[in-house]
Design a protein around this ligand. Sequence first.
Ligand SMILES: [Zn+2]
Length: 261
Amino acid sequence: MTLRHLCLFCDNPANSKEDVLPVWIQEKVKSGKRPIIVNGFSGDRPIIAQGMKSNLKTACVCHDCNTGWMSQLEADGRLILGPLMEDIGLQLKGNQQLTIAKWAVKTAITVASFNRKTRKPFYTHDECARFRKSWDFPPHTLVWLGRYSGVFEIGIFGIDGWDNHPKHPEVTRSYITTLTFQRVVIQVISIHARRNLQGGIINMRLIPGRWPESLLELRPSGSLFWPPSLSFVDEGELSLRQLAQRFSIGRSPMRPLTPDD
Ligand SMILES: [Zn+2]
C-alpha cells in the first residue's frame, strides 16, 4: 500500500470519504430546493460545483478519524461558526479562536489533499499526524477570520505559493487556503521554509490592501470582536480574489476541484 492510500492523519487505510466542506455547513447554506453553488478557483482556474449536495468529497481519512476527533471538531467548530454564519457579532475568547483555528487547519489539510491522485499533498503525513495526536499546528501556520457580504454561498480557494521557481532546490513553499460560507471568511497559510534558511527570516510579501481592518488574526490568548470593521465583497480591493491571492508569490496552475475527484 502506498502512502497516498493512508489516512491523512494516521496509519490506517483511507477508507472514509470526507466532505471537503462539511455537511452541516452545506445544510445551513441550503434554502428550499435551490441547489448549492460552490465557487472558487485554484491558481487562475475555476472551481465550480452545483447540486443539492456539493458532492466535493475526498477519500482521504479513515473511519476512526472521521467519526472520532474530526466529528468532535466539527461539533465544536459549529457552535462558534454557526452564529457567525448568521451574521451575529461575537466576542471570541482565546479558546474559541483556537477552536476555529483548529477547524480551519483541519479543513485546509483536507482541501490541500484534494486531487491527490495527480498532486502531492502540501501537508506532510508527519505534520498531519502530530496535529491529530497533540494539536500541534504545521510549522509557520497562521489563521485569519473575516466577514464576507458578497453573493457566493460557498467558496473554496487553494493556492500553492513559492518564493522561487518550484523546482529550485532552495524554494520556500506555501499553501494558502481561503474559505467562505455565508458571512464567514477564513484564511490559512502554512509555509515550508527551505532547508538552509538557518534561522533567517521568511519573506512573505503581501499585495497592498486594507488587511488590518478586514481580517482578525486568530490567537489562543486575548479576545477579539467579530466582525472586523471592513467586509469582503465580490469586486475591487476587498474582493475574495484579492484576498485569496494577497501573498505575492509564485502560484500554481493547479487543476480545478471537481465533484467526485
Ligand atoms: Zn485516521
